[in-house]
Write a protein that binds this ligand. Structure first.
Ligand code: GUN
Ligand code: ZN
Length: 436
């Protein structure tokens, strides 16, 4: 039994503060006591210090928040961020499919996966729901690297039997490889599996039906795909599935819509599909930087909230342009206000942590730094840049948090901890420029 404690300002938002304002928990001078990687106790330093007088306490400068949970990201697209010039379908053909073909090589997959996971840690992200490629070995490469870093990750082989040459499986190979991967990885360390049809346009009806059957046979795994991202894509789905009521219905008829389903984007949802998402408890991973980059549109928070949809936040690298969940939260605010909605900074923090964790069905383990949860956290630095320092001087907590979301990025992550151990620490900041 190893106990240790960190003394710092601590903030978490365990539930949507629109419904539960009391879910915002803030200790200006807090103590986080950890035993064997699990939060044992958390509270005001003044209240806990005596009880834990025998435990070694490390003071941390900065604001501790739960490790970020990225609810939708593609690791094989890491090296294709910032590919110029196309909207979704052309961008996939021109930039993404060629890059994904290289993941047939396990050594390449492992190399990119290692870089990718380190980049997550550098950005304060400790958990994620990740797309690999169609190749079984791309999943092995990712999970092996995640296991070595003790990260809590969910992923699963991409199903795409209508994909281009070199990125195409079959119903049978997709099923066999998915089953083998579930056996190999589900529940190993902190890893989980997600059945992952790429999107409705990349699989035959037979493969979508088989994915639904596989999901029904494995109540322990998630389903992860894309939904209603781009108008050209939506038109193509309507042409392919003329009998479907809308895009969501094209999945629903194959048993792919339920409480374990995570749909990325949902930028253009029908009222009918919102009602269906709400009834089934399926979640949406909102990906604002990707939506801006591909010109897909702005997520409609007003519509989602009228239907009480379960939401999380994702970067969607490499259509997304940043690994930073702080920056992604800031862009979610900008997407909301473009439609005359508002996104409160505490709610944005909830979406980036416990909200995304709930979509991944890991909210009992991570996302709020509550006693009994795994001690994954990140340390935010309000003074990371001269501008941030000036903007947050003497500011309220809400103002500091919002400034971090609008002005912050990887520079504002002072350190990232996995199960109580420091997994990444920012190198010392450069000195202030000298003035004459
Ligand atoms: N729809 C199908 N595949 C993809 C992908 O790789 N990225 C995004 N943003 N949307 C998709
Ligand atoms: Zn995506």
């Amino acid at each position: 039994m190893t106990k240790r404690a960190y003394r710092a300002e601590i903030l978490s938002v365990s539930a949507d503060p629109r419904d539960r304002p009391d879910a915002i928990r803030h200790e200006p001078d807090g103590l986080l006591v950890i035993e064997d990687g699990i939060v044992l106790e958390r509270g005001a330093f003044a209240d806990l210090a005596q009880r834990f007088a025998d435990v070694e306490i490390e003071a941390i400068a900065g604001l501790i928040v739960p490790g970020f949970v990225d609810a939708h990201i593609h690791y094989p697209q890491t090296e294709r961020i910032a590919a110029h010039g196309e909207q979704l379908l052309d961008w996939l053909e021109r930039h993404i499919f060629p890059a994904e073909k290289a993941f047939v090589d396990k050594a390449h997959a492992s190399d990119v996966a290692g870089f990718f996971l380190d980049e997550l840690l550098r950005n304060g992200t400790t958990s994620a729901l990740v797309y690999p490629t169609v190749h079984e070995q791309s999943v092995d490469g990712l999970f092996e690297q995640a296991l070595a870093r003790r990260m809590r990750l969910v992923s699963g082989k991409v199903l795409m039997d209508m994909g281009p040459e070199g990125l195409r499986d079959t119903v049978a190979s997709g099923r066999a490889e998915s089953e083998a991967l579930i056996r190999r990885w589900q529940g190993k360390g902190r890893l989980g599996y997600a059945i992952t049809p790429r999107f409705a346009l990349a699989s035959t009806d037979a493969q979508l039906a088989d994915a639904g059957a596989l999901l029904a046979e494995h109540p322990e795994v998630l389903m992860h795909t894309h939904l209603a991202e781009n108008q050209h894509e939506i038109a193509a789905v309507a042409a392919r599935f003329p009998d479907a009521a809308d895009y969501l219905d094209a999945y629903d008829r194959f048993g792919l819509v339920g409480s374990r389903s995570v749909f990325a984007h949902g930028v253009h949802l029908t009222e009918r599909s919102c009602a269906r998402l709400s009834k089934t408890g399926a979640g949406i991973a909102v990906c604002p930087s990707s939506n801006l980059f591909l010109g897909s549109g702005h997520f409609d928070f007003g519509q989602a909230d009228r239907h009480g949809l379960r939401l999380g936040l994702g970067t969607d690298i490499g259509a997304g342009t940043t690994f930073s969940m702080l920056r992604t939260a800031g862009l979610a605010y900008e997407a909301a206000i473009a439609r005359e909605d508002r996104l409160d900074p505490f709610r944005a923090l909830y979406l980036a942590t416990a909200g995304s964790a709930a979509l991944l069905h890991i909210a009992d383990r991570v996302g709020a730094l509550e006693p009994g949860q795994e001690a994954d956290f990140t340390v935010l630095d309000c003074t990371a840049t001269p501008l941030l320092a000036r903007r947050t001087r003497g500011a309220t907590l809400a103002d500091r948090l919002f400034a971090l979301q609008i002005l912050g990025d990887d520079r504002a992550i002072a350190a990232t901890y996995i199960e109580g151990d420091c997994a990444w620490r920012r190198p010392p900041l450069p000195p202030e420029p000298r003035r004459p």
